[in-house]
Design a binder for this molecule. Sequence first.
Ligand code: HEM
Length: 481
Amino acid sequence: MTTPFRDDASLTPPPGCPAHGLGAHGLGADGLRRLYGPEAEADPAALYEKLRAEHGEVAPVLLHGDLPAWLILGHSANLTAMRTPSRFSRDSRRWTAFQEGLVTPDSPLMPVIAWQPLCVFADGAEHKRLRGAVTDGLNRFDRRGIRRYVTRFADQLIQDFGPAGEAELVAQFAEHLPMLVMTHVVGMPEEYGPRLVAAARDLMKGTETAIASNDYVVATLRRMMERKRVAPGADLVSWLMQHEAGLTDDEVLEHLRVVLLAANETTVNLIADTLKMVLTDRRFRAHLSGGHMTLPDALDQVLWDSAPMSLVAGRWATGDTELGGQQIKAGDMLLLGLAAGNVDPVVRPDLSKPLHGNRAHLAFGGGPHECPGQDMGRAIAETGIDILLTRLPDLQLAIPEGELTWTSAWLSRHLVELPVRFTPRAKPAGGAALAVGAVPTTPPPPPPTVAPAMPVAPPVTATVPRQRRSWWSVLTGPFRR
Ligand code: HEM
């Protein structure tokens, strides 16, 4: 690869410099910083600031296997890369490292950047065709309908742990809610939900059972497609299969998989980080109690401060070009630094200043690939948090804030646990339980020969509460002047 990185003498430590041999401490042989490994993963935000100080808006970095890439740190440079597909393509096959055979099949980068016939990797007319089918399908769901499902599933989760008076909200709430809602979006019977949640979690965590879990997700989706071919419903599977874009069966299946996984990981992080902020940040609570900040504003503050995806990998230069003062070569890979761009001092000179109602953050990307599920993600997070705090108004963190921990990988950062306590809440008589947590080992049951009518709109028992400020009042009581 003709990368400019290696020609830049200023980046190479001089002989005798302690940076030599610092591979184990986050530097590659050329003195370039690694985006992977213990140092990078211990504190990604600090690493981004070091890179910003050293290189400005766009920094050369090393990915797994010490493969070079550019990390975009500037808010404006990120927008340029997102909004100029003629210069920055989504097609990973352009990467020089691929063309030179430097990416091994077992590289941890492969699941994210190996090209597939998906909207995510397409540009131009092909992107429009594939994405059009997905967005048309998602746009057919009305917000109020989604909110009713969120309410229903949130209530079921709360019923499961409510009587205990304590819970761990990442594993028992945040990690379940988005996928349960997505099973409805896709058109699956509800009983698939908990097993699919377990499979998706397992898949994303990259455990030794990840391949089996992926097979489970694919087998489940395939069976759903068989059912919907016979008995279409008001759901994404049916709408993708019927769409005028004429998606092949494989394209339908792969886009369903992408939607499920894209929706799950990100929305889980948004829910967990917003709950953490609600429970720990005095300033945040004070703004809410003062009526200056609504829950949607609060979500945007979290989307600025803790983007659910720190990085998007990536964009690939279509020709030699310049970005943020760096000379980019054709075929170079660029990573959208969403978390870094969101704290760019050019747009946020004072990070402590609240950003009420400001949606100019990068958390949903931008340009032609901007997240098509953002309204749904927001609706799931907002309604789920509202229901949780309404049902458990005296919710409190059960451990000191300093004991909360995160795990980071190059693309995102996850809160590990959020233990809470609250006044125990009796389980309503007849409340349906969700068997959460088990990793599925068997494939889903085969569809019946004559598919039954799918439950398009099951009856909803819970309603979204009208009084939205009640739980804020209780939570923020101690902080009122
Ligand atoms: C808080 C929740 C979410 C966040 C933060 C988020 C973030 C993102 C980001 C950063 C991208 C990449 C944009 C780019 O490359 O410029 C993306 C793409 C995508 N997201 Fe989301 N997302 C969320 C929820 C969802 C949901 C709920 C769905 C589906 C219902 C969804 C479906 C997709 C799809 C299909 C793409 C690929 C779009 C394309 O390449 O054209 N996302 N999302």
